[in-house]
Design a protein. Structure first.
Length: 254
């Protein structure tokens, strides 16, 4: 019975993570959402799903005889559709707030505004350009599917660590609703991400783990300095920055 309960908890946490971080039609009852903080360990598993969707988009484009640059755009588009651009929105909001506000209160107000500003537009233009170029290059290699899925997983593995290390910057929002992520859940998520990089890239995975940790630490440090903590936008920004840092690091290590 204990084993069955543990299996149910694992499946429930995975479903909960998917319902929070994607637009997939997964329904969770109120009792299930009470485990939101504990279920944060499953965020890397969401990367398996989003990564597979991106690979399917690439495979479809290649099968149709489209050039690899079309396949790269398809990979990005598939990820955006599955997640509802949640993480991209977080990056844009953080860019607008962190550099558009003069103090903590103004920065948080700007981040909550549904309109996008100059900093947000430029941040998306630069990061999506880097992501497109990196994926385009990676698609020239035989192990492109492994790389895409691994990066999707590892970039989501840092989010619970950010949520665990920093206090909530505001008293509302998605991150506040989830609650404070226990250190054990953050460590478990990081372990999944690290194991994925090590299994996928061997000794090079050690360097990639360091890159992921530094990217997440950079975002977390900036958030602490600018708004005194983390929000859902900060978590999304950490995923985006980490994903792009990993893609570029993989290319640089070739």
């Amino acid at each position: 019975m204990a084993l069955l309960k543990q299996q149910n908890d694992l499946l429930g946490d995975a479903a909960l993570a998917l319902s929070l971080l994607t637009r997939l039609p997964i329904k969770i009852d109120d009792a299930g959402y009470a485990r939101s903080a504990q279920a944060a360990w499953a965020y890397p598993l969401v990367g398996v799903v989003s990564g597979i969707f991106s690979c399917i988009a690439v495979w479809g484009a290649v099968t149709l005889g489209l050039p690899l640059w079309c396949a790269a755009i398809g990979a990005i588009a598939a990820g955006v559709i599955v997640t509802g651009a949640m993480h991209e929105d977080g990056l844009a909001d953080c860019s607008d707030g962190f550099w558009g506000g003069w103090d903590r209160a103004m920065r948080l107000l700007i981040m909550k505004d549904s309109q996008i500003g100059t900093y947000g537009v430029l941040a998306l233009f630069i990061t999506q350009g880097l992501r497109f170029g990196a994926i385009w290059e990676i698609l020239h290699h035989e192990n492109w599917a492994l790389t895409l899925i691994a990066v999707h997983i590892a970039s989501r593995a840092v989010m619970p660590a950010v949520m665990s290390a920093l206090p909530h910057a505001r008293e509302s929002g998605l991150s506040q609703t989830v609650g404070h992520v226990p250190r054990a859940a953050a460590v478990k998520a990081a372990s999944i991400g690290g194991a994925t990089l090590l299994l996928g890239f061997g000794l090079s995975g050690v360097a990639l783990c360091i890159v992921a940790a530094l990217a997440a630490f950079g975002v977390a440090s900036l958030a602490r300095a600018k708004i005194g903590g983390q929000t859902g936008d900060v978590c999304g920004a950490s995923q985006q920055v980490t994903e792009i840092a990993l893609l570029l690091a993989i290319l640089a290590g070739e």
